[in-house]
Design a protein. Sequence first.
Length: 77
Amino acid sequence: MNARPHLIARVRAEFARSEQDKSCHFFPLPDDGELPAMLYAYCGFGIVPGQAEALDRPAGMPCLQCLMAAALSGSSV
């Protein structure tokens, strides 16, 4: 199985509107390397790249659905 790279990120504090926004999510990166206008996490949560805070590891409250999906997909950072 090929590991799919992903980004761990959350909405930057000044853009967070809810507790879900404050959770860190796992975003699979596009295969072609192009950065889309909106990134979608494994759980379906969408984030605008300019409003994202990239993390080098899960921080705060991780999204459980994203965490499980990333682990099961064999993803790598």
